[in-house]
Ligand binder design. Structure first.
Ligand code: GRF
Length: 219
């Protein structure tokens, strides 16, 4: 954002229930997040997150990825909507599509994702089960900038929790999600307020390279 007085305009991309989207809507209403959610875009017509957006009077668009021959054509259709809405930031919130290199380059430094693991551990799917099987003592979720490496972009903020004895993957998932609802709006506020930005493959906080992510421990 070149104009520092401009309020950050975000597009939130979803594929499902949208509990993270709801956390953003609530944080904006509570004024802890200075963001205009200008667009919610889903690749699934039945994503419940679309209902959440409509209830909050946020414009929605659904683009069915199965109607496109390849990943990049779908991404270019999304980009048209995103550019029409004059967007400064794209927030992936349970968006279950891998983005094309074209899209990632086009919006370099402007796309955030949250991944349910303490990255760089456990990129990819099924993280809660994998963490429990490995016998880890800690787990969590990480907000990061999106680059062409899946779940590999520079990290911003990680939420961390201690794994409890006998905890199931499902119980763990719910605790991680509750933590995500705190850390994702918080990390986004850092971007919206200009305190963090992406530069040359790294996260800068107040202009200094952030080698390790900020940490938020679950109570
Ligand atoms: C979150 O747990 C996030 O870590 C992952 O997808 C899930 C989305 O959940 N990327 P919701 O749709 O926000 O409820």
């Amino acid at each position: 954002m070149s104009d520092p007085a401009r309020r950050c305009r975000a597009a939130i991309l979803i594929s499902g229930g949208g509990t993270n989207l709801q956390a953003f809507i609530d944080a904006v209403a509570a004024k802890t997040l200075e963001l205009d959610i200008a667009l919610v875009l889903s690749n699934k017509a039945d994503a419940y997150g679309l209902e959440r957006a409509k209830k909050a009077d946020i414009p929605t668009v659904c683009i069915d990825h199965t109607a496109f021959d390849d990943r990049e054509s779908f991404d270019r259709a999304m980009a048209e909507q995103i550019d029409d809405a004059d967007i400064d930031l794209i927030v992936l919130a349970g968006f279950m599509r891998i983005l094309s290199p074209w899209f990632v380059r086009h919006y370099e430094g402007k796309v955030l994702n949250i991944h349910p693991a303490l990255l760089p551990k456990y990129p990819g799917l099924d993280t809660h089960r994998r963490v429990l099987e490995a016998g880890d003592a800690e787990h969590g979720s990480t907000v990061h900038f999106v680059t062409e490496e899946l779940d590999g972009g520079p990290r911003i903020l990680a939420g961390r929790l201690k794994i409890q004895d006998g905890e199931s993957p499902d119980e763990l998932m719910h605790r991680v999600q509750a933590l995500e609802h705190v850390i994702y709006p918080r990390a986004t506020q850092l971007f919206a307020s200009g305190r963090i930005r992406f530069d040359n493959g790294a996260t800068l906080l107040h202009g200094e390279v952030l080698a390790e992510p900020l940490i938020e421990d679950a109570p």
